[in-house]
Design a protein around this ligand. Sequence first.
Ligand code: GDP
Length: 235
Amino acid sequence: MIFTSGPPRTSGSLQVSARAFTLKLETNYHRMRVLSRFLAAATDAAHFPAPSLPEVAFLGRSNVGKSSVINSLVGTKLARTSSTPGRTRSINFFEIRWPGKPRPEVIFADLPGYGYAKISREISQDWPAFIEPYLNDRPTLALCLALVDVNVPPQESDKQLLAFLDSSGRNFLLIATKSDRLSNNQLRNALKGLAESYPSSTVIPFSAKTGVGRNEVWQKIRQCVAEAPATAFQS
Ligand code: GDP
């Protein structure tokens, strides 16, 4: 197996809280070394890899910063940041292995960007063909990360995606991307607006530039992977 590695790093530190006399293990996901391997690019359901490990799906409008989020989490250039919005029309699967573990633990599924005016017709053709079946039927899908640009007012296509995820019963989180572009005050207001627009969602501000939100997202991913029912992974 050929894995590419993220920036070299230690995975954790042990701390003793003098006050509570409790031992606390703090994992520093921010510095976690992650190994990754490209698995497959699927343009129809027949080409999805056989369900095996828990999967995390990344969804968002073209140019929302999806590739940057994936690359920031993994610590290397795994997903291609595209200068041509909406160019990637396949679901790209990557195996992710934690440091010190002998085998991969989770699969990242990078879904095609949607909602870009020029290609919206093509993308909307792809949705019923294989994206919706993936989101509805994939037995190993443990968590959906719905990305929205926190600098842009809520868009109709984002609302549709969030409504779809809400009704699908899937675990999902709303990732507010490019949060570094706003001042603290602006960000607070924008997050409040997102929470009002999507009341059933947990919103996590994220910046691929500064690393804000990276630890929190990793924590949620690891939690979902730990809780994923083993029975779901028998194909
Ligand atoms: P994708 O099309 O959704 O994969 O988006 P990309 O990851 O290619 O990013 C689109 C554009 O937004 C690029 O110009 C990135 O440099 C920029 N971008 C992405 N994430 C961030 C971020 O966290 N902060 C800032 N300031 N710019 C970002």
